[in-house]
Design a protein around this ligand. Structure first.
Ligand SMILES: CC(C)(COP(=O)(O)OP(=O)(O)OC[C@H]1O[C@@H](n2cnc3c(N)ncnc32)[C@H](O)[C@@H]1OP(=O)(O)O)[C@@H](O)C(=O)NCCC(=O)NCCS
Length: 141
């Protein structure tokens, strides 16, 4: 199993996301090739994929930006195909994002995860993420 940074959008990537996205969100609109192109060419986002002999089985995206207090990183959209779960793929992907964020000078690596995502919450805490007390707001207009 290898973790790779996506540098170009291929048919394989588009196909992988057509399988992975519904496992991540039931409400997200389909991820088009054009959207993937924007993500992959964005300076702020780094998409990683996990690859086995079966092809792409998971992904995680690092978002890194600079604000007055310093560089801040977020782990976003961690997902592993159902057929490959429970083998540490999610852990490797998340650790890879953390390593890249730290190597890029991020002062903190952050994520949010809904409490009903039990496997995800266990994974994050197992590898060193701690719950931080803050209010998370969403503007619902
Ligand atoms: C969360 C997720 C990425 C974890 O991926 P993964 O590759 O299974 O992760 P790991 O193997 O590192 O750990 C998964 C945990 O589930 C357990 N597990 C074992 N067999 C499993 C199986 N067949 N299916 C699911 N989980 C299993 C693992 O033992 C581990 O449990 P532990 O934390 O108590 O040790 C994956 O479950 C997923 O894609 N879920 C749907 C999307 C999601 O919730 N993403 C997170 C958004 S915040």
């Amino acid at each position: 199993m290898t973790i790779q940074e996506v540098i170009e959008v291929t048919d394989e990537l588009v196909d992988a996301w057509s399988r992975l996205l519904p496992q991540l969100s039931r409400s997200a609109p389909p991820l088009t090739r054009e959207s993937l192109e924007r993500i992959v060419s964005s300076e702020a986002s780094t998409m990683l994929v996990a690859r086995t002999d079966e092809g792409i089985v998971g992904s995680a995206t690092m978002v890194l930006y600079e604000i007055p207090v310093g560089k801040k990183a977020w782990v976003e959209d961690v997902v592993v195909d159902e057929s490959a779960r429970g083998r540490g793929v999610g852990e490797l992907l998340t650790r890879a994002v953390v390593e890249r964020a730290q190597a890029s000078g991020a002062r903190s690596v952050n994520l949010t995860s809904s409490p009903d995502r039990e496997a995800a919450n266990r994974l994050y805490q197992r590898i060193g993420f701690a719950v931080r007390s803050t209010n998370v707001y969403r503007h619902s207009s």
